[in-house]
Design a protein around this ligand. Structure first.
Ligand code: F6R
Length: 607
């Protein structure tokens, strides 16, 4: 995903833009640029490559108090200097930065070329800049509004013009924008991380809205110029939370933050004595929720794995048929939504395009839509009927870790909330939430497994193919362990329900192939032991994740990483931690960029 920062105020804009762009680096990008504005003109500096390349080109003494900056993740046109944002119109007075994709850019480009416009770049954003330039008659807001009428696609844009040197015009359709409100200044950004150093007071721009921003004024309207009341809200994240705090990587920091993050997630939500769960965000529609006949969980990637754990939890605790769907599949396959279907969208960022589209589809078909989201005020959080926030703090590392455990914990809370209102006895609910409340402390002890996880990574880091096996609640964790390893260390890994191995993948096992078997105590323990034996007899090297006190597994496995005992349904909250650590150390040993793996961005806002 690309990043947007804009500043209007009385301080020099450049350091604020630079700092903001650096804070957005975690979202991944391949080029960056800045436009500084005053009445003499728009001065653009941009380049392909990492941020430090741009920094070397910038004039640190620039005194402009108004500007915009962008980090680009190439979609239309290769990551080159020319294609980097900002883009200007022919006159050079107007500059635009843009997140998203203009779908009719070909038609618009042809039309503008026929009008005599000659293009410099291959981007859809330049098309937008030229279109705004064509409509500009002394009122930037009007010109942007008029141009957007001809545009289809998604956008979060910031536009400046040297004829109106203290104005930024922004607009949003499908790509987030937030405005930080300071004293005599406003900071526009696509992510709160770029604002936090200056203010925690923000206004969220909603889809279909435009903002006219000056140092002292902020005006929101719809694309059709209808005024929108604005609400200043407090961002709950702090600057410290988005800094490394002595850790080498954000991913490692976020793995180690999980006990605290989970405590925050559970705080105030469970009542051990009464055996009940309080989820204020669900109360409004709790009667409909309780009557639900079918639950569909929809998500992508790691969030999909958490949702799969949720499916098992809902069927066990709520006794309602539940399915987990990839959001990208759900949205296009004419899904059946009956009366009484609840659709739960699970997303860390709350901005993933496929998940957004799936929830819109579900809503349109009459489902009650519930969000399980981390980022407060994000699109999914705003568009769902009801929801529960994770409250695990900002996740900066591209590989999701604490969001996974937060998502599983929230789904466990929702399952218990509904189960208790349907048929779960107070004793069963108390047992469940008591076990859940112990998880953060158990995680604290478990993090000592880091040294053993590193040894496993060291031993097998040269092997290019790994398998991850699990059954029942351990199966989604096997998928998650394999995803973590491949996305940050580029080692090929596959996660499987352990019994599926004999239907094909067993053919892959050769002498010394690392096979990570999640073999925790519970209903499927004996079964997974048989799978472990099958791997062993074919020469695979077994890394077992087992429950403390298990004295059998050591006879079969080459390495055992122990996790504390808990209810079977809560084991994913613990078993995933050694797998996150193995992936982390493998990536470090391979010299990979752990927090910004190749080809990946933190939130996927394109299809
Ligand atoms: C993997 C990872 C991704 C995300 C997925 C959904 O580590 O981070 O697979 O889980 O892109 O993102 P959200 O949860 O923001 O919707």
């Amino acid at each position: 995903m690309c990043g947007i920062v804009g500043y209007v105020g009385s301080r020099p804009a450049l350091p604020i833009l630079v700092e903001g762009l650096r804070r957005l680096e975690y979202r991944g990008y391949d080029s960056a640029g800045v436009a500084l504005v005053d009445e003499t003109g728009v001065s653009v500096t941009k380049t392909a490559g990492r941020f430090h390349v741009l920094e070397q080109l910038l004039d640190a003494n620039a005194a402009h108090t108004h500007g915009i900056g962008h980090t680009r993740w190439a979609t239309h046109g290769a990551p080159t200097n020319i294609n980097a944002h900002p883009h200007t119109d022919c006159s050079g007075r107007i500059a635009v930065i843009h997140n998203g994709i203009i779908e009719n850019d070909r038609a618009l480009r042809t039309y503008l070329e026929q009008q005599g416009v000659s293009f410099r770049s291959e981007t859809d954003t330049e098309v937008l800049a030229q279109l705004i330039g064509k409509f500009y008659e002394g009122d930037l807001e009007q010109a942007v509004r008029r141009a957007l009428r001809d545009v289809s696609g998604t956008y979060g844009i910031a536009v400046v013009c040297s004829d109106e040197p203290d104005v930024i015009v922004a607009a949003r359709k499908g790509s987030p924008l937030i405005i930080g409100v300071g004293k005599g200044e406003h900071i526009l950004a696509s992510d709160a991380a770029a604002i936090l150093a200056h203010t925690t007071q923000v206004v969220y721009v909603d889809d279909g809205e435009m903002a006219h921003i000056t140092p002292d004024t902020l005006r929101l309207t719809t694309l059709d110029a209808i005024p929108v009341p604005q609400k200043v809200e407090e961002v709950e994240w702090s600057l410290e939370q988005i800094e490394l705090a002595g850790y080498e990587h954000f991913m490692l920091k976020e793995i180690f933050e999980q006990p605290d993050a989970l405590e925050n997630c559970l705080r105030g939500r469970i009542d051990l004595r009464a055996g009940t769960v309080h989820l204020g965000g669900l109360e409004e529609r709790s009667r409909e929720l309780i009557r639900t006949k079918r639950i569909i969980l929809t998500a992508c990637g790691t969030a999909w794995h958490a949702a799969l754990v949720g499916e098992y939890l809902f069927e066990e605790l709520v006794r309602v048929p539940t399915e987990t769907e990839y959001a990208s599949e759900f949205r296009y396959r004419n899904p059946i939504i009956d009366d009484g279907t609840v659709v739960i969208a699970v997303s860390q960022s709350g901005e993933t395009t496929d998940t957004q589209a799936a929830l819109r589809e579900a809503k349109q078909r009459g489902a009650l839509v519930l969000g399980v989201v981390n980022v407060v005020g994000s699109t999914i959080a705003r568009e769902t009927d009801i929801g529960v926030y994770l409250h695990v703090g900002p996740e900066i590392g591209v590989a999701s870790t604490k969001a996974f455990t937060g998502q599983v914990a929230v789904l466990a809370l929702i399952a218990c909330y509904l189960g208790r209102r349907k048929h779960m006895s107070p004793a069963a609910a108390t047992q469940f939430i008591t076990a859940l409340s112990k998880i953060p402390e158990q995680m604290r002890g478990l993090l000592n497994v880091a040294a053993e996880a590193k040894e496993v990574a060291e031993k097998y880091v040269e092997r290019n193919n790994w398998l991850y096996l699990g059954r029942g609640y351990d199966y989604p964790v096997a998928l998650e362990g394999a995803l973590k390893l491949k996305e940050i260390s580029y080692i090929h890994a596959e996660g499987l329900p352990a019994a599926e191995m004999k239907h094909g993948p067993i053919a892959l096992i050769t002498e010394g192939m690392p096979v990570v078997c999640i073999a925790t105590a519970g209903s499927q323990y004996e079964k997974i032991l048989s799978n472990v034996s099958e791997v062993r007899s074919r020469g695979g090297s077994i890394v077992a994740i087992a429950t403390e006190g298990d004295d059998k597994i050591g006879l079969l496995a080459d390495h055992v990483l122990y996790v504390p005992d808990t209810l079977e349904s809560l084991q994913p909250l613990l078993t995933v931690i050694p797998l996150q650590l193995i992936a982390y150390h493998a990536a470090v040993l391979r010299g990979c960029n752990v927090d910004k793996p190749r080809n990946l961005a933190k939130s996927v806002t394109v299809e």
